[in-house]
Design a protein around this ligand. Structure first.
Ligand SMILES: Nc1ncnc2c1ncn2[C@@H]1O[C@H](COP(=O)(O)OP(=O)(O)OP(=O)(O)O)[C@@H](O)[C@H]1O
Ligand SMILES: Cc1ncc(C[n+]2csc(CCO)c2C)c(N)n1
Length: 319
């Protein structure tokens, strides 16, 4: 069958019941995780640049809060207005090689009983140290026991200094039955749009977690976008019509990891069928948008990255 592209009106009805999709997701749940999942807000080392009420709300909606190294400086600075606020928003963990964490911020969070774990390896990023830590936190009773043992406080919480977190993680995954693991909704702030190597590394994490630790549902929130991975073989993306109308703008289907074919989309302004897409040949569905009243269906031959423009000033009204 040849390729097709049709231009739809601004609103169309999509009958979700008629769509056979392997995966279903709700757009809002990327920010407001479902209560039956474990959830983590991961703060990466870039200036926090979203409205404060939204940040506070997102914070309270997540079970666990983790700062990657210098991200703790960013959190500390973001909450500079009022000391009492700062003590309300203490992360559960700070982890990294601790090269960017300032002494003042290190002392502050240590004093306030935040668990600070040093990992010196220069063969993984502080981001991946965080990801391994988050999985251990939720899935390893042994790790939790190590952390809660007061005797370990002075010795990096009993975690070997170079790459202990990776060793513990690798041991744990050997006995982890993935299908039984409670999904972890992981919302990362920062990581995109600053340094380009870091940005690309962040994108690699969408693919590698989907492949190797699929219980993670990772997405990035920036001041302009939500960015996440759509698995191959069909995903139905659902949303509230008002949420779409007020909080959502453009979207892009981005074959960053590999070229693919978009088998079918239903509910985009420009819906396609059998549409080859690749970064190399320059055929990418950018500046598209959701026109399905309450859902959109996307089916691709390989995993693909989706960015959805968000209006951060309005999000708070829907959380
Ligand atoms: N400029 C940036 N743009 C995007 N993401 C960033 C940026 N700086 C840091 N990050 C993210 O925050 C994490 C923690 O930041 P940190 O400064 O500790 O970086 P790092 O892992 O030590 O890398 P490097 O030593 O290359 O700066 C990084 O692993 C990365 O995911
Ligand atoms: C081939 C190769 N390229 C780069 C690095 C450097 N590196 C990768 S992750 C990291 C930690 C950042 O905090 C550093 C320094 C390496 N080890 N191997």
């Amino acid at each position: 069958m040849g390729e097709e592209c049709v231009e739809n009106p601004e609103r169309i009805e999509i009958d979700a019941d008629l769509i056979k999709s392997r995966n279903k997701m709700n757009l809002k749940e990327l920010i407001h995780p479902n209560k039956d999942e474990n959830s983590t807000l991961l703060i990466l080392n870039q200036k926090i640049d979203i409205p404060k009420p939204l940040f506070y709300k997102i914070w309270t909606l997540h079970d666990l809060k983790v700062c990657a190294d210098g991200a703790a400086n960013r959190l500390y600075d973001y909450l500079k207005d009022d000391e009492s606020i700062r003590t309300k928003y203490l992360p559960d963990y700070i982890i990294g090689d601790l090269d960017s964490l300032t002494e003042k911020v290190f002392d502050y969070y240590k004093r306030n009983k935040v668990i600070v774990i040093k990992q010196t390896t220069q063969y993984s990023t502080d981001f991946t140290k965080c990801v391994n830590l988050i999985s251990l936190h939720f899935n390893s009773p042994k790790f939790r026991a190590l952390i809660s043992n007061e005797n370990n406080h002075q010795s990096n919480h009993g975690i070997e200094l170079e790459k202990g977190i990776h060793t513990l993680y690798n041991t744990m995954t050997k006995s982890l039955i993935f299908s039984k693991v409670t999904p972890i909704s992981l919302l990362a702030l920062g990581g995109i749009g600053g340094r380009f190597d870091q940005t690309i590394h962040s994108i690699t994490q969408l693919y590698t977690l989907s492949e190797n630790a699929s219980y993670f549902k990772l997405s990035y929130m920036t001041p302009t976008d939500l960015i996440f991975l759509i698995k191959k073989n069909g995903t139905l993306i659902e949303y509230d019509p008002h949420f779409r109308k007020l909080c959502i703008g453009n979207c892009g289907l981005l074959p960053i990891g590999e070229a693919t074919v978009i088998k079918e989309t239903r509910g985009l302004k420009w819906d396609v069928k059998n549409w080859p897409t690749s970064v190399v040949n320059g055929r990418v569905s950018s500046s598209n948008r959701f026109v399905g009243e309450n859902c959109c269906f996307i089916e691709t031959e390989h995993d693909i990255i989706l960015n959805v423009e968000i209006f951060v000033n309005r999000l708070i009204d829907f959380l």
